[in-house]
Design a protein around this ligand. Sequence first.
Ligand code: TMP
Length: 209
Amino acid sequence: MNSLFITVEGIEGAGKSSNIAFTESLLRSHGHDLLLTREPGGTPLGEELRELLLGHTHDGMHDLTELLLMFAARAEHLHNKILPALEAGKWVICDRFTDATYAYQGGGRQLDTSAIATLENLVQGSRRPDLTLLLDLPVETGLARAAKRSEPDRFERQRLAFFQRVREAYLQIAHQQPERVKIIDASLELDLVQEQISNILTPFLAGRA
Ligand code: TMP
């Protein structure tokens, strides 16, 4: 069977971790050889860049530095890990990818989206995810969930308005690319969220998508 490149997106507290674990077990139960990975990160260099990006050592980092480091980590990750896995016939589940850059750096930080598109084309060529699961929920609900977890990282310290712009940017991408980006109502109970994910994945698992 052909490989499939799946990404999972959403604001903080959207439930990415538990729903990625669910997606992973669903795909494994259908016999797929999987690579489970994340951004920023996924390679030794990428994980070091993640620490710089999310930690508080460089709280005053310029927005453009942040954008370029995201794409530096992505270049390493895509070319040294994701593409080789896809070429080997694996299905890839990636926790965040370039939609996060449009949402956080484009929407949240309000950087020029055409600059993001230029970097996207440079780093990725024509490669895009085959399927993106967007876990969507009201920002207040997500942030309240996220607040129950560990110390806030550099992004989690942003204000409500930042995450509202992030959410809107994600939804805009989904409306522009409905074939690829599927909106999931992540405000519901976990079993109902998982039911939506199963319904979206069924045609891919049956080889009909
Ligand atoms: P998380 O994957 O653990 O949720 O944390 C990653 C953080 O990095 C999250 O706040 C979103 C942010 N991020 C960006 O701002 N731009 C990006 O391109 C990516 C991949 C993540």
